[in-house]
Design a protein around this ligand. Structure first.
Ligand SMILES: C[S@@+](CC[C@H](N)C(=O)[O-])C[C@H]1O[C@@H](n2cnc3c(N)ncnc32)[C@H](O)[C@@H]1O
Length: 615
């Protein structure tokens, strides 16, 4: 069936193992492994999903409904979420010469924040694209339009007859991510704005998964934005997938080796068990992108002259080389949590007494080399690389430089260019008086005490203020209130347009419905009145709000409240409100935030053909 039952004495539960026992590496030990990453077999590739994935994620053991797919320890149970700000639409007509970010989007590696449901749509005023490294990018979603019954595919390989699909949808679900500053607030830490604020994207099984079943994620938002196909794409029949054909090969364990947790430098990755020297502790496919593409201007800045370009936060998660425009974004589970430490003690960038030393390095993985890549992308020139129709196919592996003990932090040397840039950044940061408690408030508005991130406001403000109260007691200028609400344009709302005065007296009652607390339903929402319930039972004493609901960018025509209509909703509970950071106000937009890629200069693995010509 393609699954090698590798004999191995070093199991997930055991705390210490001898290095001889694990020559194959913990990733090849499929005992106690919940998920595997594997290459689809050529037969399976014919039917793989519309996003064009060549690798897939499969259950290696039965997974119960509601269970997280990746095991974790402690309070961080899921991967991080990165938003790309104000990404220009593609102006090219040919798919091959499309920009890499637009290619990532058209292959389902990125989601459009306005329809994805993972937040981010208020980060900027332009097009926001979201990357969900880990399962969100690795796993397949729905299958291609003419979805196929796999038992038939096994018998009759290419006759084009399709059986109806089960229409069950994806078998996993992820709640909205957690947001916080990882204890690095902008007034007190040079790290502020240099790492992802959104994390904990935890995928759980929505139904019992059987062993070998493919893990699929919800990309309905992606399908909604309809990049590749004009008609909705159906899912495959996963019940029959496992039965007949060999679906995949070259599988490696995806979980049980590293886990995310809080670290000195934001969040970090830690060893779940003993990792012997020389073994591979993580595999991560990478997507190439040019440095120029991670430069951007805010929507309003695009028409102005002499504006400095900004750098996307994603840059800090990419591998690169000082003499190349090629960057690589890794999207294996949890690898983006891996922090930097120098290779030699005493070279720590910020603390000379710090004794931590890197314990992993990266190298190319030959395991998932795509047989149909006629030319290895590593021997292409950058212009050739940018023209590849599929952006994926390159995989890196993280190798232990020495024995790593359970719960040790996994640390990678980000290279001298990164260390020097970080040293310069911390020096600049220390020299800036507005970064210290005693510093004058007025120097930098974005650091003033009036700033309070939305996630903190949500924690501390239990009773919302009405618009009138806010005149006297305003919220910090960087936030606004939003609420979960579904609006559908109907005949009745047409009448509202005709007599908007009438609507002032007529409030629509707020109703809870399935899926309402999805981020796509979060709209700006102005509180105009607060009422405390006095009636019977459990609701007594609880506050309910009346609010004017507004449109958010990216809504379809039917979801938009027509111009001139004041849509008032009453009886909204506090749980249905969220404070939201105004566009360009969260830490990642912060002017002084550190930006640098992870350097591969000294590793010897950076392909020569990607270097700038004069090198
Ligand atoms: C690839 S991410 C690593 C994960 C990151 N700590 C997080 O919480 O998402 C790279 C970022 O981590 C932080 N970082 C990693 N190692 C660091 C170090 N030794 N010193 C300072 N910052 C570090 C910086 O913010 C950097 O931009």
């Amino acid at each position: 069936y393609g699954i090698a039952e590798t004999a191995h004495e070093c199991h997930a539960e055991s705390e210490t193992c001898s290095s001889d026992a694990a020559t194959a590496g913990p990733n090849h030990d499929l005992n106690g492994c919940r998920l595997v990453l594997a290459a689809r077999t050529p037969l399976e590739q014919q039917y793989h999903d519309a996003t064009g994935r060549k690798l897939g994620v499969y259950a290696n053991a039965p997974i119960m409904r509601g269970m997280p797919l990746l095991p974790s320890r402690g309070d961080i149970t899921g991967d991080l979420v990165l938003h790309l700000i104000d990404v220009p639409e593609d102006e090219t007509t040919s798919k091959d010469s499309a920009s890499q970010l637009n290619k990532w989007l058209s292959h389902g590696f990125l989601l459009d924040a306005s329809s994805s449901g993972y937040g981010g749509n208020y980060e900027g005023n332009g097009r926001i694209l979201t990357a969900l490294p880990g399962l969100g990018m690795l796993a397949s979603s729905f299958r291609a339009g003419e979805s196929i019954n796999y038992s038939d595919a096994g018998k009759n390989q290419n006759n084009g007859t399709n059986t109806p699909s089960s229409k069950k949808g994806p078998n996993t679900w992820a709640s909205i991510p957690t947001t916080d500053e990882a204890n690095q607030p902008r007034r007190y830490s040079p790290l502020a704005g240099s790492f992802a604020l959104n994390y904990n994207l935890t995928f759980r099984a929505t139904r019992p998964l059987s062993r070998h079943e493919e893990v699929t994620v919800d990309r309905s938002g992606w399908f909604r934005s309809n990049i590749l196909h004009s008609s909705r794409v159906e899912d495959g029949n996963s019940d029959t997938q496992a039965a007949m054909i060999k679906q995949y090969e070259n599988e490696v364990c995806l979980d049980a080796i590293i886990y995310p947790s809080r670290a000195k430098n934001g969040r970090g990755a830690f060893a779940s068990k003993f990792i012997p020297e020389g073994s591979v502790l993580a595999y991560s496919p990478v997507l190439p992108v040019s440095r120029e593409e991670l430069l951007y201007l805010r929507k309003k800045e695009k028409k102005k002259e002499n504006v400095n370009q900004r750098e996307q936060l994603l840059l800090n998660y990419c591998f690169g080389h000082s003499n190349s425009s090629v960057l690589l974004f890794p999207y294996g589970p949890f690898v983006n949590f891996i922090n930097h430490a120098p290779s030699v003690t005493g070279q720590s960038s910020e603390d000379e007494t710090d004794a931590t030393v890197a314990n992993v390095r990266v190298r190319w993985s030959e395991m998932f080399r795509q047989k149909d890549d006629v030319v290895d992308p590593r021997s292409m020139t950058p212009p050739q690389l940018w023209k590849r129709p599929n952006p994926d196919g390159l995989v890196l592996e993280y190798v232990a430089l020495r024995n790593i003990q359970p719960n040790e932090e996994i640390l990678l040397d980000y290279g001298s260019a990164w260390s020097n840039a970080w040293k310069e950044h911390t020096k600049r940061w220390k020299d800036d008086p507005s970064n210290h408690d005693s510093g004058p408030e007025s120097i930098n508005e974005s650091k003033s005490n009036d700033y309070s991130p939305a996630y903190i406001m949500d924690d501390v403000v239990s009773n919302l203020r009405t618009a009138e109260e806010q005149l006297q007691f305003p919220y910090p200028q960087n936030v606004f209130t939003a609420c979960f609400y579904r609006y559908e344009h109907t005949e009745e709302s047409n009448n509202e347009v005709k007599s908007s005065i009438k609507t002032l007296n007529k409030a629509t009652p707020w109703r809870m419905s399935r899926g309402l607390f999805d981020m796509v339903n979060l709209r700006p929402c102005k509180v105009i009145a607060r009422e405390t319930a006095t009636d019977s039972h459990s609701q007594s004493g609880k506050n309910f709000y009346t609010a004017v609901i507004q449109n958010r960018p990216g809504l379809s025509e039917i979801e938009r409240i027509p111009k001139g209509v004041k849509h008032i909703v009453s009886g909204i509970p506090r749980e249905a409100f969220r404070f939201v950071d105004r566009p360009y106000s969260s830490d990642e937009h912060f002017d002084g935030a550190f930006r640098h890629f992870i350097g591969l200069d000294e590793t010897g693995i950076f392909p020569k053909s990607w270097l700038d010509e004069n090198d």
